[in-house]
Structure formats: C-alpha cells, structure tokens
Design a protein around this ligand. Structure first.
Ligand code: PMP
Length: 361
C-alpha cells in the first residue's frame, strides 16, 4: 500500500500494516464463522480464545509470572488515575507520587479528590517538566509510589526506575509499555491506555500483582474494583472485544514479526538515536528534554520560531510525514516513534528535517 503515510501521531497512533490487513479480513468473516469479529459474543469460544491469547502474549512479552493478573478495562488510563488510589490505598495510608508533567499531575489530582493523603515526593515542575527527577525519596509508610514512565507531552522517560524497596511501584506506562525490557518485580500495578504501543483506543491494559488485590475495599462500586475484573477474567461485563482483538494482533506482530521485546528495544534505541544524534549535530532544531531524560517514544523539539514550526508541520504533512505537531499545551513539534513506526519512517523524517533546515536556516 503506497498511500499510507508515516504517521507520527501521539495516540491513537500508527499500527503495523500486517495487523490492519488481518483485521480487515476479520471484519467481514472471522475465522470462517460467517460473522464479523465485531459480531461475535464475548462469551463465545471464539472470543475466549482471543482474550486468552492476548493475556498470554502480555505475560510472555513482559516476563510476568503467576503472581500477576492481566486485565482489559475501559475508561482509559484516565480512569486508572482514580482506581489506583481507590483500590490500593486505605484512607489513612499516605500515597507517594512523582510529578513529571500533565499525566502525573492528573493522577495526583484524582488521588486528592478522593481525599487521600497525597505526598508529591519529587517533581520536575521547576524546569517545566523537562527532566526526570533523580534520587526520589522513598517513604516506607507509603501505600505505593506512583510514576509516569514516559511523559508523552514533554518527551521525557525514566532510564531506570526508582528503587522503592518494599513499597510497590505503580506506573502509568501508557506511552512506553512494550518498548523495552524491564524487570516487573518492583511493580504492584502497571496501567496503559492501549492507543500507542498496544493497539487501538478503547481498552486499557492493567497488570496487577495479586497481593495488591487484597487491598480493594469492600465498599467500592462493583465496576470500580480491580477484584471484580480479576475474578471474572475481564468478563464481568461486555469488554471492548474488538480492541482486545487488535491488542492480540499487535502483540502477535511484536512477538512473531519483530521477535520479542529485546529486539523491539534495539530497534527503538536505533530510531531514537537517529533523531537525537541529528538534533545534537546542528542548531536549527532544539530538543526540549534534558538529554539524560529524553524519551525514545516521543521526541519533542522546537524550531527557531512558531511560524517556522507551523511551516515545518504543514510541509512535512505534504511530504507524507503526519502528526508532528506538539501537544497543544506546550506547542512546538513532537515525533511519536512508537513500536509500529518503522525505522524507514524515522530516516525519512531526518532527511526531511535536514532539507527543511537548509531551505529555512
Ligand atoms: N497517561 C499518559 C502517559 C498518556 O500519554 C495519556 C494519553 N495521551 C493518558 C495517560 C490518558 O490516557 P486516556 O486518554 O487513555 O485516558
């Protein structure tokens, strides 16, 4: 298909072409059932197979053992901002947060609305969230320590995770899950809106360590309890079947076409290095994140003026490089180079950047 562009949108984001092509077939007649994947019952054997396969792929790719439960929920990562404190912290227990910008700020806000004893133990607000704080203080009385592993808007990412000892880490990994290898052991809970590295919008991946489930208070509404979804294997109510199907296909691509997480990480490193090495070699484009905190997923940069940024984004679009506008809250430019962005797309972007700088520098 030559009419597809290189899509640098931050999410919903580009998906692998084989995934889309397989889904196209399934939209009309899924596995010879005479029904679309959109039409089958969530209680059917056909869907049960999809769900089990998606769960198994998540576990294999991340190396999760039986201490972890994989859930597919709705409400986006944004609902998790509230469910985490509701389920994991009793009213008295302090909850610790690191504030690295918009999404962690929103998570903090929800915990406060719920009347939790919120402690912001570290923040990078002093420098407009352009870095990841170091030496994050650990309080042993905290119910958990919440971090945002990759900050989609500011283009920052943890290189390594804080060592919190017995305090479980909770991470919003919406924009970098499955992008690199990491040790899941310190994490009590991980959540991710699917629409970047996992699949389409409409489903949220939640990974919970079973001991965390013992914390869920009895008096929460049924749908807001992690225990409900864990006990019913994400089938308490009708799940977002099609989105889960797409997750399974996307993770199949990651396992079978790419060859797993270590291979994906190597490709992602190479893609990010192409862009950052070029940015560091000239001074027309200026990266906004501190070099040691730069994200491999969202590369944020400025041009010499807002007018040039607009021209850059418009001309790039015409050249088949879409979605390069920065988040409306910060302006500038952003190239989201998630798993499904091929290295050829990044090379094409660097070539375009060079050419644009020559013509406008
Ligand atoms: N967290 C992060 C890191 C995000 O990038 C986003 C969305 N861009 C969200 C949370 C919010 O996700 P949702 O729209 O699925 O609620």
């Amino acid at each position: 298909m030559t009419d597809r562009i290189y899509n640098f949108n931050p999410g919903p984001a580009t998906l692998p072409l084989p995934t889309l092509e397989e889904a196209r077939e399934a939209l009309v007649n899924y596995k010879g059932s005479g029904m679309s994947i959109l039409e089958i019952s969530h209680r059917s054997a056909l869907f049960e197979e999809v769900l089990q396969s998606a769960i198994a792929r998540v576990k294999r790719l991340l190396g999760l053992d039986d201490r972890y439960v994989v859930l597919f929920m709705q409400g986006g990562a944004s609902l998790q901002f509230a469910l985490v404190p509701m389920n994991l912290a009793s009213d008295a227990a302090p909850v610790d947060y690191v504030d690295t910008g918009t999404w962690s700020t929103k998570a903090i806000k929800e915990a406060r609305i719920l009347g939790k004893n919120v402690r912001v133990v570290a923040s990078s607000e002093d420098k407009e969230f352009t870095y990841i704080p170091e030496n994050i203080p650990i309080n042993t009385d905290a119910a958990y320590l919440h971090i945002t592993s990759n900050n989609t808007i500011r283009g920052t990412q943890y290189r390594s995770f804080p060592y919190a000892g017995s305090v479980p880490l909770v991470s919003d990994m919406s924009s970098d899950i499955f992008s690199r290898v990491f040790d899941p052991a310190p994490f009590g809970l991980i959540y991710a809106g699917a629409q970047k590295n996992v699949g389409p919008a409409g489903v949220t991946l939640v990974i919970v360590r079973k001991d965390m489930l013992e914390r869920t208070p009895a008096n929460l509404p049924t749908m807001l309890k992690y225990t409900t979804h864990a006990e019913k294997n994400s089938l308490y109510n009708t799940p977002p079947c099609f989105a889960i199907y797409m997750v399974d296909l996307m993770l199949k691509w990651l396992e079978e076409d790419i060859g797993g997480l270590a291979k994906m990480e190597a490709i992602n490193r190479e893609k990010a290095a192409l862009l950052y090495d070029y940015m560091d070699s000239q001074d027309f484009y200026r990266g906004t994140a501190r070099p040691d905190s730069r994200s491999w997923m969202n590369v944020t940069f400025r041009l010499p003026s807002a007018d040039l940024e607009k021209k850059f984004i418009d001309e790039a679009q015409k050249a088949g490089l879409g979605g390069l506008k920065g988040h409306r809250s910060v302006g500038g430019c952003r190239a989201s180079i998630y798993n499904a962005m091929p290295i050829q797309g990044v090379r094409a972007l660097v070539e375009f950047m060079k050419d644009f700088a020559t013509r406008n520098g």
